[in-house]
Design a protein around this ligand. Structure first.
Ligand SMILES: [Zn+2]
Length: 89
């Protein structure tokens, strides 16, 4: 059994110190991963950003449908105004 101790690492992205816990170090060691350079928040943010990027590039044919959704949203917003004007006496 190796003895791991919690370590403090400065995140590359937000420059804040985060704890790389003993348990995580053991996990990284067994997986053969390098020490994390970023805190969990920044890693999650990057993961999501990557997923969004992949989804956008993978579904280029889907861009029209998302544009339609946006158009629908704006139409719904626009329809509210005549109602409000009618209520005004
Ligand atoms: Zn960070």
């Amino acid at each position: 059994m190796s003895n791991y101790t919690d370590r403090s690492i400065t995140c590359k992205d937000c420059k804040l110190d985060f704890i790389f816990s003993a348990g995580e170090q053991e996990f990284y060691e067994t997986k053969g991963f390098q020490d994390p350079a970023r805190c969990k928040t920044c890693r999650d943010a990057r993961k999501i950003a990557k997923q969004v990027k992949e989804a956008v590039s993978a579904g280029e044919s889907n861009t029209t449908s998302s544009q339609e959704t946006v158009a629908q949203f704006w139409n719904e917003e626009g329809e509210e105004q005549p109602h409000r004007q009618r209520r005004r006496r």
